[in-house]
Unconditional design. Structure first.
Length: 123
């Protein structure tokens, strides 16, 4: 296709080709200025771009906040479970200790310490 166009242009006389080339160049430059360098077009494009970028930044910020909230909720859940386990272990150890003290007292092996001493040691 391009070769046909070039062959056609080569057959035209120079006094037609030169002004046509100049006109085509001026038309291309004018079109370029209107489309790419027109301040109104550029301003509208920038406004649209800025709005799009701000929207994407807001979405990213919201996603990060949601991720942090989810991580915090997960941490609270894990810590609550650990606290419950620790409390249960402490209660079991305390019950075991109280049972050992009761068993020891049943055997009649009383301690030489007074009740106030025992209470002070338990604190």
């Amino acid at each position: 296709m391009l070769s046909l166009i070039l062959a056609f242009i080569n057959r035209l006389p120079a006094f037609i080709v030169a002004p046509a080339a100049i006109a085509a160049t001026l038309f291309a430059v004018t079109g370029w200025n209107k489309v790419w360098h027109d301040p109104a077009v550029r301003r509208e494009a920038l406004i649209g771009y800025v709005a799009e970028v701000q929207f994407k930044a807001s979405e990213a910020k919201a996603a990060e906040m949601q991720r942090q909230i989810n991580a915090g909720n997960e941490a609270v859940t894990n810590l609550t479970a650990r606290l419950a386990n620790s409390t249960a272990r402490e209660a079991a150890a305390n019950d075991k200790l109280e049972q050992e003290i009761a068993d020891h007292e049943k055997l009649g092996a009383r301690c030489a310490l007074s009740g106030a001493d025992v209470e002070w040691l338990r604190r």
